[in-house]
Design a protein. Sequence first.
Lengths: 325, 307
Amino acid sequence: MNLRVLLIAVLSIILVPAVLVAYSWIAEKFVGVTIRGAQTREQVRSYFWIAPAFLLLAVFLVYPVISTIITSLLGPQGHKFVAFGNYGYIFSNPDMLIVLRNNLLWLVVFTFLTTAIGLAMAVLADRVRYENVVKAILFLPMAISYVAAGVIWKFMYQFQPAGATQTGTLNALIVSIFPGFQPQAWLINSPGNTFALIAVGVWIWAGFCMVIISASLKGIPKDVLDSARIDGATEMQLFWRITVPLISSTLTVVVTTMIINVLKIFDIVYVMTSGNYNTDVIANSMYKQMFIFQDYGRAAATAVILFLAVIPVVVVNIRKFVTPS
Amino acid sequence: MSSTSALLDHAEPKKKKPSSAMAGERRGISGFLGKLPLNLVLVVFCVIWLVPTVGLLVSSFRPATAISNSGWWRAFTPPLGFTLDNYIHVITQQNMGTAFLNSIAIAVPATIMPILIAAFAGYTLAWLNFPGKTGVFLVVVGLLVVPIQMTLIPVLRLFNYFKLTGTYPGVWLAHTAYGMPFAVYLLRNYIGDLPRSLFEVARIDGADNFTIFYRLIIPLSVPAIASLSIFQFMWAWNDLLVALIYLGGFPNVAPLTVAISGLVNSYGQGWQYLTAAAFVSMALPFAVFFSMQRYFVRGILAGSVKG
């Protein structure tokens, strides 16, 4: 173990809150001593209390948004004005079109599967006594980082040539069921590899969807369902005509949350394929533009496209959040 | 505001279901068999969800030759050959010990800072008066839409200029700022819901702002703070992107996520170390998950709209 790092870790854990508490104390004393008049005092005090948050937001969010938009109109090193040249490149370069196609695939398949599995599992588990166990098991991957999940699934997808002992769980399983099956290099063969990556994302997020949907299912009054059953409705009719409409607002939240997640998906692709073999996505391609090709103009334009794609979805989500239901 | 409390109550563990007329409240084996298809589907999904993690866990205790020669499911057929070598190796040789400490040194301050600063701001926005208050709050909520990617290039330039690249304070500040819009939004609403009479009584008793904040606001906001802290901690601990961009070229300060993703790229087939390293990185999140599942679910739920 590295003693220096340990020391820094312990010190910073103590010092960081100490500095912040000291700041608020000094601000309070300063205001108390120097400002006369209750109203002015409260105003000045407010500015002191809100200043740290305000500064951080200004420096790390407001300024960068403006700066990135400007950078996206400039050349690689930010000297020449190229207008919408970077955007033109993104929407015409064959590699970038594959990136956009992949994001679209992620958007549709990932969002559909996470929501559908979450909904199905929530409804089904609601009928058994071990519901909480199912929930915990499906939710567990949420505690795992994308990086660790990437390692876990690289291991699942491992590939040996036909005839050799398959050490990857997926290939071994399929070969043992269908002896004639040619083992697949799941992460290399395009376009199946993008679906292999999407499966990892679904594995991580489906439990999240299930937990939220399940919480909302519990809010449906039992007597509504029971009286419909007495009226002779089948379970399928109950599901489509009563359950789904009653939890539709929750489903909207889940779907929008998944869309926001999936548009920004980065870690899974970075860890598992680095975007090779036609699996690249917007966020990873931006990273590559930044650090491998050193083209800040294109990287910034990629980020702006991501930003524009996220805005409408988030606005819908925030409206739901801000207006009390 | 009711939206916040609704948000936090959302994932409350559910009370035991009242028994209903539904089929399947029958107990025991006959009940299980009576709903065989249902149970089968649920069990199959649980197995699919568990197998990947279990497979890696088992492998992390197997020697290198066994890992490359047979599947992890063979580990239970004699002769049994489990070993701790992989863990010992990654912690001592692969700098995972240092990376673990780095992750703590990054994630803990990156949790305390945003929550304390957001609590300052939340208290101000909820209970103090100053011109432009509503405008400030709207801007904060509006910033929820900004994806981190929008900020990477300018912030990296700033960090290079101020020599913050490759330092803990740089990453703390970044995590703090990125977590700020949601933390302010949530805490402002939560603190705003506290009864006004509390503050009036405290003022009459002569408490100053400092006392009111640390003796009244913070203790009363514990439920919201707990959820936020768990969420923010998990987010900072599991983060790859922020660490990669601002700490990428500096292995001595790299957290576990960066160290492991480096291992993935350099080892290729050298699975034994990667498996152990992955589990070292999961240890703390799992501990949090199992001990505070309830708060964790709330926190994750609350964090779901973060930009």
